[in-house]
Design a protein around this ligand. Sequence first.
Ligand SMILES: Cc1cc2nc3c(=O)[nH]c(=O)nc-3n(C[C@H](O)[C@H](O)[C@H](O)COP(=O)(O)OP(=O)(O)OC[C@H]3O[C@@H](n4cnc5c(N)ncnc54)[C@H](O)[C@@H]3O)c2cc1C
Length: 303
Amino acid sequence: MFLRITKNWQALEKVTAHEWMLKYAGKQVYEQMWQPLLIGKFASFYKDVNMAWLWARMHARTTRLGTFEGGFQKFADLFAEKLREKGVEIRLGMSIKSIKKDQASGRLSVDGELFDKVLVTTSPNLMAKLCPELPESYLKGLLELKSMGAVVMTLSLKHSLSKDGYYWFNVPKEEGYPFLALVEHTNFVSKENFGGDHIVYAGDYLELGHEYFDMTDEQLLERFIPAFEKFNPEFKRDWVKKIWVHKTNYAQPVPLVGHSKNIPAIQTPIEGLYFASMSQVYPWDRGTNFAVEIGRKAARLMK
Ligand SMILES: Cc1cc2nc3c(=O)[nH]c(=O)nc-3n(C[C@H](O)[C@H](O)[C@H](O)COP(=O)(O)OP(=O)(O)OC[C@H]3O[C@@H](n4cnc5c(N)ncnc54)[C@H](O)[C@@H]3O)c2cc1C
C-alpha cells in the first residue's frame, strides 16, 4: 500500500529492493513472492537492483492491456509508411560502424556520410564502440551501465497449450523450468488474427555467456518441450508448426543503487550527437511507451 501511495522514489533508489523488501514485506513474503521474480529478471544481479525500480513496477501498473490489431510489425509498417509520405528516408538493414566528428566540415560523419545532427538509440555499450571519440567520462558512464540479455521463442501451435485458457504465466525457474515467462498470446487476442494458429511465447532474461545464446533453435526447442508437457500433459512435439527464436544481448537495464546519477545525458558532449536508450528510461521500467517519451524528449533537444 505504501508503495502505491508514495511518490518519493528518490529515497527508495538509495536502497536495494532485496534489503527493503526483506525488511518491510517480511522474510516469508519476500522469499516466496518477490525474490523469485527478482532472480528471474536479474539473475546474479538480483540483490543489486534498487528499490525505486520495484516501486515503479507497482506504482505505474494498471490492469488494462491494449493491443494493435495485426501486431507490432503492422504498426511499424504503417508508421513507416506515414513517415515516408512526409519525406522521411528510412534505410533498413544498415549496420552503422562508426560516428566521428569530420574536422573539415565540423559535421558528424556516420560511416563517411555527413550529418548535422545524429541520434543514436542502441545499447550504451554499442554507443561507446560506435563513437570512441566521446570524452572519457561519458564513455566510462556508458560502459559502467549493466544490463541483461534475453532469449525468446515464439511458437505457432496446432492446439491451445493452456487448458484453462490463461494468458500469462510467471514461471518458477527455481523449480527447474527452462524459461521465466510463458504467454499464450491467442488467449488474449483471437487466433483468427494468426491464421487460426495458437501463438505461444516463451522467454527468459539471461546474462551474457548463457548457454542459450549458443544453442540452435532446435536445441532450444528440445530444452523447452518438457516444460510445455508440464503445462499440458497432452502436448505433443507435432503440435509445433513453426518456431521463431530471437536473441539479444541488450534487453533489460539493471538499475543499481543511486542509478539516477549514472544516467548518461541525452545530449552528448559532442556537438550534434545525441543518445537515447532504454538505459535512460528511469525510474520506470523500460517499455515501448517510454521509448516514445524519450524519443520526444530527444527530438525537442535536437530542434
Ligand atoms: C524480451 C523483451 C520483452 C519486452 N516486453 C515488452 C512489453 O511487453 N511491453 C513493452 O512496452 N516493452 C517491452 N519491451 C521493451 C521494448 O522492446 C523497448 O523498451 C523498446 O523496444 C525500446 O525502444 P528503442 O527504440 O529505445 O530501442 P530498440 O527497439 O532496441 O531499437 C534500437 C534499434 O537500433 C538498431 N540498431 C542496433 N545497432 C545498430 C547499428 N549498429 N546500426 C544501425 N541500427 C542499429 C536495432 O536493430 C533496433 O532496431 C521488451 C523488451 C524485450 C527485450
